[in-house]
Design a binder for this molecule. Structure first.
Ligand SMILES: NC(=O)c1ccc[n+]([C@@H]2O[C@H](COP(=O)([O-])OP(=O)(O)OC[C@H]3O[C@@H](n4cnc5c(N)ncnc54)[C@H](OP(=O)(O)O)[C@@H]3O)[C@@H](O)[C@H]2O)c1
Length: 242
């Protein structure tokens, strides 16, 4: 399969690309220095990918154009959205039928992208992801947050009443791949790797796993079960690696 992936300078895309390549698929990174998102339709018509995975952030109009162009050329289209479409005041766990009520700009932006993608391409697969967990600081993942917070504050306040939506990057990549390669119908999917650990527990376990000396301080806020639910798409539980 020939797959175009956007956002390759980011956190999730390189891990997904590596996973697809391991399975023998051909990955083309969208290089925005060379190909402007403004020329999406022409580019896809020329390259003729079998699938496009849109992981980049950027204008909602680009997500819409990619979805539309994939519909036109008959390519699969997968968009990565976020648990952030749900406000922190909403109590989960969230099934795909729960109406998101985003309360911040990022959540509203992700929901707008979802809506424009769905309107442009009914077969589009939208994968909502939780907070990603990597191996180190330096990218958009939980370990980076813990490291930077420790350095800035001398400790990390971690709620024992917050069950964050999260998964390890490599497990997310595997689940996204199975959505892409399987016969998933168009629509929204929830990818969840947290079987029920609080943020405090996760932070403590990452501290031990990485041999760090973060000072994790138990806190009572936020108070939310943020987890996503979707029995159609299993994701390896974080407890398998923690
Ligand atoms: N990391 C997480 O914890 C997490 C959680 C939930 C959902 N997600 C979702 O997963 C996807 C990937 O996340 P990520 O963490 O890999 O993101 P990231 O590390 O922030 O990278 C995003 C990438 O988007 C591209 N980009 C940035 N600004 C842009 C702009 N103005 N116009 C066009 N492209 C732009 C860049 O890639 P290029 O320079 O290669 O184009 C950038 O590296 C996103 O849709 C995100 O919302 C991530």
């Amino acid at each position: 399969m020939k797959v175009i992936i956007t956002g390759m300078n980011g956190t999730v895309a390189p891990v997904l690309a590596a996973h697809l390549q391991q399975l023998g698929h051909s990955v083309i990174a969208w290089d925005r220095q060379r190909v402007s998102p403004e020329t999406t339709s022409d580019y896809l018509t020329t390259v003729r990918p079998d699938a496009v995975c849109h992981l980049a952030t950027g204008p909602a109009a680009w997500a819409e154009a990619l979805a539309q162009s994939c519909a036109t050329i008959g390519a699969k289209f997968l968009y990565t959205s976020s648990v952030s479409v749900f406000a922190s005041a909403q109590q989960g766990p969230f099934g795909v039928d729960v109406q998101p009520q985003p309360a911040d700009d990022y959540g509203r932006y992700k929901l707008e992208c979802e809506q424009r993608v769905r309107a442009a391409n009914a077969a589009a697969v939208i994968a909502r992801l939780g907070w990603q967990i990597g191996d180190s600081a330096g990218s958009n993942n939980m370990v980076d947050f813990l490291e930077r917070t420790q350095q800035a504050n001398g400790c990390v306040s971690a709620s024992d009443r917050w069950l964050p939506s999260c998964s390890f990057l490599v497990d997310t990549a595997a689940a996204v791949t199975s959505l892409l390669l399987g016969d998933a119908a168009g629509g929204v999917y929830h990818l969840e790797g947290n079987p029920g650990l609080t943020f405090y527990e996760i932070a403590e376990r990452l501290n031990a796993c990485h041999g760090r000396s973060w000072k994790i301080v138990q806190a009572a806020h936020p108070f939310q079960d943020q987890r996503l639910i979707d029995r159609r798409i299993p994701v390896a539980p974080i407890t398998a690696r923690l």
